[in-house]
Structures are given as C-alpha cells and as structure tokens.
Design a protein around this ligand. Structure first.
Ligand code: FE2
Ligand code: FE2
Length: 267
C-alpha cells in the first residue's frame, strides 16, 4: 500500500477543522502500537485454531500490519511539528509491551474490544464525512477512509477469535473497560500535545468543538461497546454503513496514489 504519505505530508491536513485533525492524528498515533499487538494476538490464535478461522486470523493480522505501516509514516510528519507526541508514543510503547505479556485469552478479549471501538469510529466517521472533504488533503483523507473501511470489513474477526478460544463475558467486559480507558487517555494526550504545539490549547472555540465531537463519538462508541458485552451479541448484528464496502471494491490498491477512489461526497 502506498498513498504517497511521508514526513513531508502536512499533518494539519484539514485547515478548516484543526481540532478534529489533532484528534484524528491522536488516533493515528495509537496504531503503530495497538495494531502490531492485535496482529501478534491474532497470529497466536491462528496457531491454536488452524482451519478456516485460523486462515481468517492470518488475513486479519496482515490487514492490521498494513494499516499501522501507513500510520507509522504519517506519524513521523505529526511528530516533526508536534514533538510533544513523543511522550504519548513512549507511554503507548510501554503499555502495549506490558499487555503483550498477558494470557492469550485476555489479549483476545482486548483485541475484540479494540476492534469494536474501531468499528464504532467507522460508523461515527460515516456520519461526519465533511470533516474529510472540502479543503482536506485527499491523500490523508483516503488513508483514514481506507483504514476505516477495512475495520468495517473485518469487524467480526477479533470477536470470533475471542469466542472460539475463550468466550468468557466477564473477561471481555473487563477488557472492554481497559480498551476504552486506553483509547480515551491516548486520544486526549495526543490531541493536547498537538494543540499545544499549534498554540490552540487555550482557544475556547477549540474546546467547544472538541467537547461537541467527543460527545457525539461517545454516543457511538459507548452503546456499541456496552452491547458487545452481552452473550447474545455478535458484530454481524450491527448495521454497517454500506458505502464502505462499495468504496473498498472500487479502490485500486495497485495505484493508490494516482487513482484511488476519492472520499464520497455524501452517505
Ligand atoms: Fe486497523
Ligand atoms: Fe481492525
């Protein structure tokens, strides 16, 4: 995958919504730590399972590693203008290294919960697509939409792996809380570090916008994560924004830089 992102890419990729950009970039900062963790967990599960679900786990791991590879390039551009994000990255490296030492069952539960949050973000984004349009850099927008579309595509895999090898609801619920706390802490810290560098941290308008987006994202993430804790839940019961699958179908992976599908104008 090559979107043409490198350290020269402007990390403030939508000048019309700098606070949103800071929050989205803060999510991007998590990826080089969370996605290798998810991929390692899926590959361990694949070894235990074998068969078709084992193959699906391998394909899932490959997708997650491709995602973090693109985010790693982009994050270098973010770090160049917001050096404070290094502290967030250092903390994330330490946290995911510690989490990697836990049991496979616990890490599968955390993987399933992290995937649930990723899917919720895809649904939230679908309702807020103008933030990726207008004056936004189409290269960066495409990278985010590509990632979210693949999160929708593989929304069930983490859950299926956890269910096949553990399936204890209490373990899942504990890890859902952990996933949410990790996600919120990293996004808040990453956002503040960037707004500090951009001298927007004490701007009341920035705070008003961040509170508004946080509330609406919370209204998407919290109910979805809560519902996923019930034993009757399966991700296939959640309704996907259908355009993601169509967008992926049209996406030319062989020449992403030149001919990739643009972000749709409406949903
Ligand atoms: Fe991903
Ligand atoms: Fe994922």
């Amino acid at each position: 995958m090559a979107f043409g992102i490198d350290e020269r890419t402007n990390p403030w990729w939508n000048p019309a919504a700098p606070e949103f950009v800071a929050a989205a970039n803060a999510v991007s900062l998590i990826m080089p730590f969370a996605e290798p963790f998810v991929a390692r967990t899926a590959r361990l599960a694949s070894k235990s399972l074998g068969g078709p679900l084992g193959d699906t786990a391998e394909a899932f791991a490959a997708q997650e590693l491709a995602h973090q590879h693109e985010h790693r390039r982009f994050n270098a551009a973010v770090r160049a203008v917001s050096p404070g994000v290094r502290h967030v990255e250092r903390a994330l490296r330490w946290v995911f290294a510690r989490l990697g030492r836990r049991s496979l069952a616990s890490n599968l539960a955390l993987t399933a919960a992290l995937e649930c949050i990723a899917y919720s973000l895809a649904r939230w984004t679908s309702a807020h697509l103008p933030l990726f349009q207008g004056g936004a850099d189409p290269v960066v927008s495409r990278m985010y939409v590509w990632h979210l579309a693949e999160e929708v595509e593989h929304k069930s895999v983490g859950f299926d792996l956890w269910w096949a090898l553990d399936g204890r609801p209490s373990r899942y619920a504990r890890n859902a809380v952990l996933a949410l706390c990790l996600f919120v802490a990293a996004v808040v810290a990453g956002t503040f570090a960037q707004l500090w560098s951009a001298r927007r941290l004490w701007n009341p308008l920035a705070w008003a916008r961040l509170v508004m987006w946080s509330l609406s994202a919370g209204m998407e993430i919290l109910p979805t994560l809560a519902v996923s804790c019930f034993t009757s839940h399966h991700p296939t019961k959640l309704v996907d924004p259908s355009w993601y699958a169509l967008w992926l179908r049209d996406f030319d992976t062989s020449s992403a830089t030149a001919t990739a599908t643009s972000v749709p104008r409406s949903t």
